[in-house]
Write a new protein. Sequence first.
Length: 247
Amino acid sequence: MQPTSTEQTQRTNTSFLYVAVLIALLALGLVAFLRSSVFSIQRLAVQGVQQVPEKEIQDLVSGVLGQNLFLVDQALLAKRVTLHSLVRSVTFKRQFPHTLIVTITERTPSALVAVSNGVLEVDGEGVFLRRLEGWPQTDYPVISGVDIPDTAGPGQPLQNPSLTSALKVIGEAPNEMLPLVGEVHVSKVQQITLFLTSGVEVRLGQAQEWKDKLQVLFRLLQDKDYRTMQPGVRYIDFTAATPVIGR
């Protein structure tokens, strides 16, 4: 006897119910498995650090040890890590079964700022990185004529027009020229003067864009005729229409 349409509908509904229950049980089992201690964080691998001691990053993220790899709050952890003045950003990657990989992108110094009680490292965005007790092993251009409040601390963006102007000059200079720049001085009226490591003073004057002047300066410094006369040069003046070399 062929089953009636009602019986077929009941069998179909029962099959769907069995399948739904099976899927639900599988999902619950999967969730329970993922939440189990099988995926607890037992190791933290830090990558990308050169200036920041690895232990400092390990200390910042050590609170997640024992937590589940899938359930750790990465956004909250990133906020904690980026409080470090030398950390620009951080990303996380799971390495099964027990490792969380922490990859750091560091802030790198662009200049040193001379202040009354020492020297500060700042990056190209004007973020205060560190206060130095001695001179760093790697030289960077020194910015002078900038007033930094004593209340400023590491990790803080320094909102200072003179500092912004000086960093813009450094940022627009050819990379090959930066080792030749010893100091960038900003006057009270925003006049920019470079002091080269050779002792030559370069008067850039006031401007919004420095790239063209700096390119001309770099080509001049590479010129054979200039190199011949350089020991007698006292200053190069870019405030006029054409550069003037003073001896």
